[in-house]
Write a protein that binds this ligand. Structure first.
Ligand code: P6P
Length: 341
């Protein structure tokens, strides 16, 4: 029987790579794991305890909040916010940055989407928590914009917890990407996906094709080139899109694929948020050997304008991300989009 490695052990081993590390980041990641266990138990019971359905309120995004959204938000505030390792929280559910009481304040900033894909909650589709962690940089106790609105390259850790057929915690601290499956019988995350590498072949295309009438020309060019790969001999590419970013991303990370939510006439700046969706997933995909762009720039180098900065997102296999970039350039009159692949 293979040796079992728990999340806590793995995080500690990763921390041991940095002798000067205080262990606070390790403890913070462990607390995020605890929050994930609590949210997982509620997600898995949602249908039974009738907490599904709308809470009748809306969040800053104007999206109808589900009770599970609010529960996930409160769980992260209680567990992570009072861990003693965090000085500020940036939540998809909250317009303002959440400052932490002095008694619990620590050295890290956490940006998170407490329950991504929540519109799928009532249909038993996989949903998830996405998180991004920065170390405070300004001196003293005060939290400044310099601590908050940071490029993704400054993340010290990022990950997600996907609540699906099983609950899986996936994270990176810049030493590869690792996944842990929760054993609910003992409440431990057990290493199940060590050193995840994005498969070299792009097998999956994930996009909401019903946004087609709203897309820029480059998107049609890009998709046309991808679909041309399927011919009489072989179907090289298939479509898998479930409308839950964390679920679409996790499947593509393991199978090899490209996900895109480009800018369109309805969302001219894109729909997905930089700080707590694009940045953490871009950190992960790069650590696994892939790429992420807004169509022009590397996601991790985009300067955030505010906590809920939206970006177009193309993320997955690097060759296909580069093809998307060429299509954008060609549409703007610079160069040809013809795939070199
Ligand atoms: P659309 C869920 O609300 C979400 O933020 C992502 O999880 C998902 O990829 C996207 O929105 C789906 O948006 O416009 O295709 O319904």
């Amino acid at each position: 029987m293979d040796r079992l490695t728990t999340l806590t052990q793995h995080i500690r081993d990763a921390q041991l790579q940095h002798p000067g590390a205080s262990g606070e980041l390790s403890s913070l990641l462990t607390q995020i794991g605890v929050a994930g266990k609590l949210i997982s138990s509620k997600v898995n019971m949602a249908g039974l305890v009738k907490i599904r359905g709308s809470a009748g309120t809306t969040n800053i995004q104007g999206e109808v909040q589900h009770r599970l959204d609010q529960l996930a938000e409160q769980t992260i505030r209680d567990v992570v916010g009072r861990s003693g390792y965090v000085c500020a929280l940036m939540s998809e559910e909250e317009e303002e940055v959440i400052e932490i009481d002095e008694a619990y304040r620590g050295r890290y900033v956490v940006a998170y989407d407490p329950l991504d894909g929540s519109s799928n909650i009532d249909y038993n589709v996989s949903i998830g928590t996405i998180f991004s962690i920065f170390r405070k940089v300004s001196p003293g106790d005060e939290v400044t914009k310099a601590d908050l609105y940071r490029c993704g390259t400054e993340q010290v850790a990022a990950g997600y917890i996907i609540y699906g057929s099983s609950t899986v915690f996936v994270y990176t601290v810049g030493q590869g990407v690792h996944g842990f499956t929760l054993d609910p019988t003992v409440g431990e995350y057990i290493l199940s996906h060590e050193d995840i590498r994005l498969p070299s072949a792009c097998k999956v295309l994930s996009v909401n094709t019903c946004n087609g009438p709203y897309w820029s020309a480059w998107v049609h060019d890009f998709l046309g080139q991808l679909l041309a790969r399927n011919d009489d001999q072989k179907r090289r590419l298939t479509d898998r899109h479930i409308g839950s970013l964390v679920a679409d991303f996790h499947r593509n990370l393991l199978m090899g694929g490209i996900f895109l939510y480009p800018e369109d006439a309805r969302s001219p700046k894109g729909k997905l948020r930089l700080m707590y969706e694009a940045n953490p997933l871009a950190f992960i995909i790069e650590q696994a050997g892939g790429s992420a762009t807004n169509g022009r720039d590397r996601i991790l180098e985009i300067e955030p304008e505010w906590a809920h900065h939206r970006v177009p997102l193309v993320i997955g296999n690097s060759a296909e991300v580069e093809l998307a970039r060429r299509c954008v350039l060609a549409a703007s009159g610079n160069g040809s989009s013809e795939s070199e692949a």
